[in-house]
Design a protein around this ligand. Structure first.
Ligand SMILES: Cc1cc2nc3c(=O)[nH]c(=O)nc-3n(C[C@H](O)[C@H](O)[C@H](O)COP(=O)(O)O)c2cc1C
Length: 503
């Protein structure tokens, strides 16, 4: 089967349907969850300072590090600055340092629980200018353990969230980020993911992205050479040990073999740090419930949150996204002051507006809402109480209807796949990035968001009048006033580390 056919077949079979969820395990024992923390035994450990002023330590802590522990009775689990479907955290982070102050040259794996780096590889000596790279990889098994066949989608969404978390943190610290045009094989070789012997008995990691952190230098990017490797990956466990062959198939089919389309060097010069972002990054949480009746959002706040999704007017985080813009929110507005309830669309470029008008229900209104900022392409499609529909479509989850608004993200699916099967992953990354913007914008507005990976795909398409795969909904999200669960205790993120490491 061709790669695109494999992807299409995967996408179809992992749709949740009103009468049947995608294939997954029949039962779960949370005590048998895969270890969310990968370690490399035998690798030298470099402990990083906590709550540092800047540098790699702060970049990692605020993007991929812990931000809290939650405790309920005897159970305790770590939460991170980057969100993750089911809090299972498939995304792993790597640092490749060359000529960077305070860190020897090398390839390092980031261990968020210890807030430490593990030296995986030594770099060949060069006289080239300093270069700092961040690599991301995914361990699909962590998500597959809970979600079965649909897990590959969540892994990719999480990678998009991690990209967003890194871009916002870099902005907070006055750094720029570039998504580098490299192949998956190049990422795997640089991070040591293809070293089969180092992963004996351990779950595989698949390459996702290689990012360059710009600190003012405009020297061209160099792919470093690794001369020596250290450490072996831990086995993560997780029972029952189902295998989901379609995840291996879609992983294989979506490998990116080309270097096309992601090159862009940020403008030279060092941007001003944006320290106001740091408290938002630290406090970001998923709302687990909304306070229903009090979830009224001022209209201007609603417009401001949506405006942050437009790449042209928001260099952070969108300057990192040099791939085509292909995701367009369809909103279910429940409680926004002065705005009729119902369905709205936010085509994020003008060609998509035309395409959506043609593809969706011809009876939709396409009216500009009152006082909508001129630069915000928001359209009212249908006046209705959309709460019941939103709840049902998002796997009967209350959070989709008790919020101020929820949304689905429609991807230009056929156009994306026409460029190659690997674009399937890019579509999910873009959706995850949109989700990360919404999380942080919600915190900034004094409300809270939650990603929603569970929805009935084709029922969403039906409600919108979509009849083919030109557009497919890939991710849902909801925003409103959170109802705080007082049964849960929140603990500080690094209180488990010895006293001498406390800031
Ligand atoms: C891709 C993705 C999908 C998610 N889907 C759901 C969902 O369907 N329902 C839900 O209640 N929470 C969902 N969440 C929220 C996660 O459960 C949450 O991010 C995780 O428990 C970690 O908590 P935190 O976001 O507060 O750090 C999702 C999050 C992500 C990133």
């Amino acid at each position: 089967m061709g790669c695109c056919l494999t992807v299409r077949a995967y996408h179809e079979r992992t749709k949740h349907r009103l009468d049947a969820y995608a294939q997954g395990p029949q039962y779960l024992d949370w005590d048998q969850q895969p270890n969310p923390f990968r370690r490399f035994a035998g690798a030298e450990v470099v402990e990083l300072p906590l709550q540092g002023e800047g540098g790699i330590a702060a970049l990692l802590e605020l993007s991929l590090g812990l931000s809290a522990w939650k405790q309920y009775g005897p159970d305790r689990w770590a939460l991170r600055c980057n969100p993750s479907s089911g809090n299972l955290h498939p995304t792993e982070g790597y640092v490749i340092a060359n000529g960077i102050n305070g860190l020897g040259d090398g390839v390092y794996h980031y261990a968020p629980h210890e807030h430490a780096l593990e030296l995986r590889g030594k770099l060949a000596a060069t006289a080239s200018p300093p270069q700092l790279l961040l690599g991301l990889s995914s361990i699909a098994w962590r998500e597959a353990w809970k979600y079965g066949e649909r897990a590959f989608r969540y892994v990719q969404l999480d990678a998009g969230h991690a990209l967003g978390a890194i871009r916002y943190t870099a902005a907070a610290l006055g750094l720029q980020v570039e998504l580098l045009p490299v192949t998956d094989a190049e990422i795997a070789a640089l991070l040591g993911l293809d070293r089969i012997a180092d992963f004996t008995g351990a779950e595989a990691e698949d390459p996702d992205m290689l990012l360059r952190i710009h600190t003012g230098s405009t020297a061209p990017f160099r792919l470093p050479a690794v001369t020596q490797w250290y450490g072996t990956a831990n086995a993560l466990g997780g029972l029952p040990k189902h295998t989901w062959p379609v995840i291996d198939e879609v992983t294989e089919a979506t490998i990116c073999h080309s270097r096309r389309g992601v090159s862009h060097t940020p403008s030279s010069g060092v941007p001003e740090p944006q320290p106001d972002l740091i408290p938002l990054i630290r406090q970001r949480r998923s709302a687990q419930a909304f306070s229903g009746k009090t979830s009224n959002l001022p209209r201007d706040t609603f417009y401001a949150i949506l405006s942050a999704l437009l790449p042209a007017s928001n260099p952070v985080p969108w300057d990192v996204w040099t791939l085509p813009i292909r995701l367009h929110p369809i909103l279910f507005v429940h409680r926004v002051e002065g705005l009729p309830t119902g369905l709205y669309a936010l085509p994020r470029h003008s060609a998509a507006e035309i395409a959506l008008r043609t593809a969706m229900n011809p009876d939709f209104l396409w009216q500009t809402p009152e006082d909508c900022p001129a630069e915000l392409p928001l359209f009212h499609l249908l006046e209705a109480d959309a709460r019941k529909a939103a709840r049902t479509l998002s796997c009967h989850q209350d959070i989709a209807s008790t919020s101020s608004f929820s949304l689905g993200m429609l991807a230009e699916f056929d156009a994306g796949l026409a460029e190659g099967a690997h674009v399937y992953r890019h579509l999910y990354w873009e959706a995850g990035l949109i989700g990360q913007v919404l999380y942080l914008e919600a915190e900034a507005a004094g409300v809270r968001g939650t990603g929603i990976g569970c929805f009935f795909d084709d029922s969403v398409h039906e409600v919108l009048g979509l009849q083919d795969t030109q557009f497919q909904s890939l991710y849902h999200f909801t925003v409103g006033s959170p109802a705080i669960d007082t049964r849960l205790e929140m603990l500080p993120p690094y209180s488990h580390l010895p006293e001498e490491r406390q800031p």
